[in-house]
Structures are given as structure tokens and as C-alpha cells.
Write a protein that binds this ligand. Structure first.
Ligand SMILES: Nc1ncnc2c1ncn2[C@@H]1O[C@H](COP(=O)(O)OP(=O)(O)OP(=O)(O)O)[C@@H](O)[C@H]1O
Ligand code: SF4
Ligand SMILES: [Mg+2]
Length: 349
């Protein structure tokens, strides 16, 4: 059961009972990529999303910018349901909600010059003439730290970091309100990730952007996010202010993810070893009954197989989907109490 969540004018996106299902390849079954999510993204914030590979992050990100339609439920953009708009109104609306992907090459046509790629979105929406589009394209390239000389090059003549800057310039020309950043630094050399993240932060201040930042890197997400959502197998496990999620994780899954990081846990949650989750993430075609984390949860109890945990606010603005989480934290790790070894890998991408 889901607690009702009030809509607020400060929410740029409101997600209600969202489900996104895909047919399996043989057509006989359904992949539940997003299987019931409720949350809001507030204007001007950085909303971080972490979770293991296959937990539905990219599917969710694509739906947030209307590249995918909800199978069930709604995604409201400033109170408007884009799925209910006519074609022309939809095109106008969509430019406010943009996405940048992990692969710097994904949005760049290898046969187009950089400036042509940057101007392309403006051409598609029919804004300005060729001269003004080029002027805006060059200004956007300069804003992301690329010299005008880069404009007439081709993608293969730029580094990965430079190409990712081009992708940012591409969406900036449209002056969006929201940018979904899907693993945008994951493919980049570690040495330049910081520069690209700083660029995102500068652009947010300058243009009042809202970010939905999808990443498997907890240190990145904890550093840049105002709030953090933790996904597992198509559902949210936990959502709250970034500092509170890091300092006071409420869900056993979040605790396990954090225990693998160099971020020091608060003393009451500190474990003398890394909590390693057992086994693989189950199939989203047939997720476990009750709590879908139960097959790997170190705190599992009999009730977990029978009842889907409610999405509850347990600390101020901090929600969790676990029967036994309290304001003090997750339920005790049963296996740690029994001093047994916990096997497996808690990778999250
Ligand atoms: N078009 C599609 N058709 C069928 N299944 C899909 C489709 N897109 C995604 N899926 C499945 O939905 C689930 C969620 O995929 P998604 O790409 O959203 O996960 P993710 O959290 O972004 O993973 P990663 O961290 O690896 O990028 C996966 O099981 C995936 O195989
Ligand atoms: S509901 Fe049960 S299985 Fe799910 S996270 Fe809580 S203790 Fe673990
Ligand atoms: Mg993904």
C-alpha cells in the first residue's frame, strides 16, 4: 500500500504509481522495469538516483523526459500530464525536459560537425534562423568550456570529456528546466569527472536547472545531490535528504551499499566489515513476493515474504519501504548477529 503524497507547486515533476512494463523477447511475459514508484522532484534541486544494474533507473529517466510512456500511473510536469497533450503542445512542452546519456557518442552523428549537432535541437523545434542558431550554438560551446575552433570538428576529433561537454551544450541551447543525467560521467576518465561535475554545478546555479542525477557511484551522488532515491528491482527502497540518507540510512539495502563505500557510517550503524549481499538481483519478470529485496536481505523475517512493505515517512522527508525500519535505522542484520559469513557482491551498476 502506498501512502498518499501531497502535490506541491514546488514540484517540477510528480511521479504517481508509475509502472513501465515491457514484453519479454518471446512475448509470453512482462518485464516489470518500473513497478510502482511515487516521488516528486523539486524545482532547482539535484535529485540523485542510485541502484544496481537492471533496477530500472534508465527506464525511469527516459520516462521522466517523456521518451517513454507510463504503462500505468502518471508523470506530471509542473502539474501537466504530457501524455494528455496534443502533438504540437507536446513538442513545445518536451524541450523543457532533456536527458544526457552515459555514452558521449550516443547523441552525436559521426558525420555531422560539432556545431551542426549542437544546433540540431534548435532546428528540430524550428527556433531562429541559421545565423542565430549558429551564434547560440557557439555560445553554448563556449559556456561548456569548448573553444569556437571545436565547432567545425567531427566527434572522432574530440576526447570523451569534450564530447560529453558537446552533449551538454546541445541540451543547453533549448534552455530546459530539467536535465536527467544518466551516468553522465561513468564513461569518462576519472581525472576529468570532477571537471564535468563542476560544470554541471555551475550551469545549475547559472540557469536554475533541476537535475535528476542517475549514477551507480555513491560518492558522486552523495556529493552532488540534495536528495537521494535508492532503487531496487523497479521500486524505490528509500528516499530522503542526501545527508540524512548517508548519515541515517533506513533500509538494509542502502546500509549494504554504503558499507561498501569509503564514506564513514555513523557510529550506531558502523559494521566491522563490508556487508556483502548474497546472490544476484532477481529477474524483473518474476520479482519475489512481499518485499522484493527479501531474497538478499540480511535482516529478512517471515513477514517479508507475505506483505509488500508500505512506502512510509519515518524521518522528516525521509521515506522507506521496509516493515521493520525505524527512525533509528534499518532492522538489525540477523546474519551479523549470528556471526556468519555473508557472500556475494553489492555492486550497484
Ligand atoms: N525496451 C526494453 N524491452 C525489454 N526490457 C527492457 C527494455 N528496456 C529495459 N528493459 C529491462 O528493464 C530492466 C531495467 O532496465 P534499465 O535499463 O532501466 O536498468 P538500469 O537500472 O538503468 O540498469 P544499468 O545500471 O545497467 O544501466 C532490465 O531488466 C532491462 O533488461
Ligand atoms: S521488509 Fe524485510 S526483507 Fe524487506 S528490507 Fe525490510 S527486513 Fe529486509
Ligand atoms: Mg541504465
Amino acid at each position: 500500500m502506498t501512502e498518499p503524497v501531497s502535490a506541491s507547486p514546488s514540484d517540477v515533476i510528480a511521479v504517481r504509481d508509475l509502472r513501465i512494463l515491457f514484453p519479454t523477447r518471446d512475448g509470453h511475459d512482462t518485464v516489470k522495469a518500473v513497478d510502482g514508484m511515487d516521488f516528486e522532484v523539486r524545482t532547482g534541486e539535484t535529485f540523485g538516483i542510485i541502484g544496481e544494474s537492471g533496477s530500472g533507473k534508465t527506464t525511469l529517466g527516459r520516462a521522466l523526459v517523456s521518451l517513454l510512456k507510463p504503462t500505468e500511473g502518471q508523470i506530471l510536469h509542473q502539474g501537466v500530464d504530457p501524455a494528455a497533450l496534443g502533438a504540437r503542445a507536446f513538442r513545445k512542452h518536451r524541450r523543457d525536459f532533456q536527458i544526457v546519456f552515459q555514452d558521449p557518442n550516443a547523441a552525436l552523428n559521426p558525420r555531422m560537425t560539432i556545431i551542426d549537432s549542437v544546433m540540431e535541437p534548435l532546428e528540430i523545434v524550428g527556433e531562429g534562423d541559421a545565423v542565430s542558431r549558429r551564434r547560440r550554438g557557439i555560445a553554448a560551446l563556449e559556456r561548456v568550456g569548448l573553444s569556437p575552433e571545436a565547432a567545425d570538428r567531427y566527434p572522432h576529433q574530440l576526447s570523451g570529456g569534450q564530447k560529453q561537454r558537446v552533449n551538454i551544450a546541445r541540451v543547453l541551447t533549448l534552455r530546459p528546466k530539467v536535465i536527467v543525467c544518466d551516468e553522465v560521467v561513468a564513461a569518462l576518465d576519472v581525472s576529468i569527472r570532477g571537471d564535468v561535475l563542476n560544470l554541471f554545478a555551475d550551469l545549475q546555479r547559472e540557469f536554475g536547472l533541476t537535475y535528476v542525477f542517475i549514477t551507480h557511484d555513491i560518492s558522486v551522488v552523495s556529493h552532488i545531490s540534495d536528495r537521494i532515491a535508492v532503487t531496487y528491482l523497479g521500486k524505490l527502497m528509500e528516499l530522503g535528504p542526501a545527508e540524512d540518507v548517508i548519515e541515517h540510512p533506513l533500509h538494509p539495502y542502502t546500509r549494504a551499499l554504503l558499507s561498501a563505500e569509503p564514506i564513514p557510517l555513523p557510529s550506531h550503524l558502523r559494521v566491522d566489515r563490508r556487508i556483502i549481499l548474497e546472490g544476484e538481483i532477481p529477474s524483473p519478470v518474476a520479482p519475489p513476493s512481499g518485499c522484493r529485496f527479501r531474497t538478499r536481505c540480511p535482516s529478512v523475517r517471515p513477514r517479508c515474504a507475505d506483505e509488500v512493505p508500505a512506502w512510509r515517512e519515518v524521518r522528516p522527508g525521509h521515506r522507506v519501504a521496509c516493515h521493520f525500519a525505524t527512525a533509528d535505522g534499518p532492522p538489525p542484520d540477523q546474519r551479523q548477529a549470528q556471526n556468519t559469513t555473508i557472500m556475494g557482491e553489492p555492486t550497484c551498476a
